[in-house]
Design a protein. Sequence first.
Lengths: 473, 216
Amino acid sequence: MAGQTLYDKLWNAHLVKERDDGTALLYIDRHLVHEVTSPQAFEGLRLAGRKPWRIGANIATPDHNVPTELVERSGGVEAIADEVSRIQVRTLDENCDEFGITEFSINDVRQGIVHVVGPEQGATLPGMTVVCGDSHTATHGALGALAHGIGTSEVEHVLATQCLIQKKSKNMLVRVDGELGAGITAKDVVLAIIGKIGTAGGTGYAIEFGGEVIRKLSMEGRMTICNMAIEGGARVGMVAVDDVTIDYVKGRPFAPNDGEWQLALEYWNTLHSDDDAVFDKTVVLNGADILPQVTWGTSPEMVLPVSGIVPSPNDYTDPAQRSGCERALQYMGLTAGQAITDIKLDRVFIGSCTNSRIEDLREAAAVVRGKTVAANVKEAMVVPGSGLVKKQAEAEGLDKIFLDAGLLWREPGCSMCLAMNADKLGAGEHCASTSNRNFEGRQGFGGRTHLVSPAMAAAAAIAGHFVDVRDWI
Amino acid sequence: MKAFTVLDGIVAPMDRANVDTDMIIPKQFLKSIKRSGFGPNLFDELRYLDEGQPGQDNSVRPLNPDFPLNFPRYSNASILIARENFGCGSSREHAPWALEDYGFRCVIAPSFADIFFNNCFKNGVLPIVLAADKVNELFKAMYADEGFTLKIDLAAQQIVTPAGEAISFDVDSFRKHCLLNGLDDIGLTLEDADDIRIFESKWQQKSPWLFREHGV
């Protein structure tokens, strides 16, 4: 018998039963809850007279709607200016109170973007099944967990049954060999992967990211990579457990205590694909070939190295791709043949579940230290991923570096990644953003998003247009 | 959930690849704590010329005259045909809620994003995968014939064209069963509650740290 992949192992460990119709009941260890995709699920429970199956499996925090501006934020839920947002955040509080679910509420120092908070608290651990009503849940796969996004009906299903009805995905290995050049980060790696496989390349697969480059990444870097598995079409992204994982988890508030630590380690040390495991598909990239990446279009696969030029519809033979390129150029206000470095920026956003952890902020601060945001950039905003990231950054003086350079230093939340709060782009504005989606209107009606790494966003804020950050380090 | 048995309806186009769920229902409408009422804001940024806000009277907003769903010929459409990777991006179930609330009960495309595909089945919306050339033929036939309809028979797993051509499609047997009968799958899963408890107790013995209660 061939060996098992990491995904096979995690799947088998959580399999409650397989049914005759080919579906499986999979047990869920951790359910993360936020304010946007949960209210209808709690309402469903109430209407059916059901209770959560295992209260302790759920952890909640508001993130999508919360204001990041200090004055509005200081007043808590009742001070949220947008009434509809206020009701949604308040509804999460009420539901958590009613059902007894642990919540890191709006001004708790542990509050933050749910995908930053989970690992930070040790609430998501190696070997767990982790779900959340949010497509970026694959982030937690960086810990060697089986993690994926679900819809609201499934949020209700998990609350009520602690299980999901699933069909097993196929196995894909994305291997990044060799070494990264100086100044190249995890974000560049994942954008390059998406550029190679396309936004539907991972559809139907669970992706394991491996190879020397991934092994050398920090946990933060691995989270950035797994976070964007969904932008490559895969619900699940994961990385095998190693010493980096174990060192990261140890001592976190929800991690196993001393008495259970050895037992946990024994299990976690098995969480890697066997040498003779068989993948349905393998994709290989060479780390040395990866350059700083910038998206030019309205899909994450529309990505180029910073040295590139904006493509022409004539570069594509496939009619759907050609019309997609035409539409993207029009929406983005770009001309075929234009150099990426000639794209001028109106705003810069450093944050989101992809890139708002301490390492990301350090990377950005190192670039802007002692410099000043360009005059044509109306606003450059840094939004830490959680209250604890913010505290750590302030202890290191990063807030001061950002403020001195003319960037804004905000309160934690999802912010301008999806612009459900007051942080958004105006129509036609170009933004260098460390977030994960450059879809039409994503960061604001008519807004034009370019996805980049924190270092590239920071350099763009200073230069006022895209530059190769490798020239700055 | 509304059962889905046989649907005979007008077909409308969404003729572009990679339609994401932000496009299907923009984020400002996700602030609602309800499951219904999203139909007027389906494809909001394409359908209207202004920026939509929750709670607005949509009947007075300027319509985009170039967007097909605003053409009289597609009014009352209940079947949407689309291109590759429909429903990619955010996991928001508001996307199928908006489609269903607008009146779409079926989406036909060469491929769908996984989470969206799954969410459709929970809301009485049938996503059908057909080969790209087959979808292309449907687009052509629809553009050529104002009032073009299709008949979708879920039990028989068949799409019947006005010309009488029958196109068969695949659907997972469990999802088909739930959709045909309008079943709540939580109720079905709870029939296996004993199995879940047995699993849980073994799993707790093996991984006790996962079951530790944390005071906050």
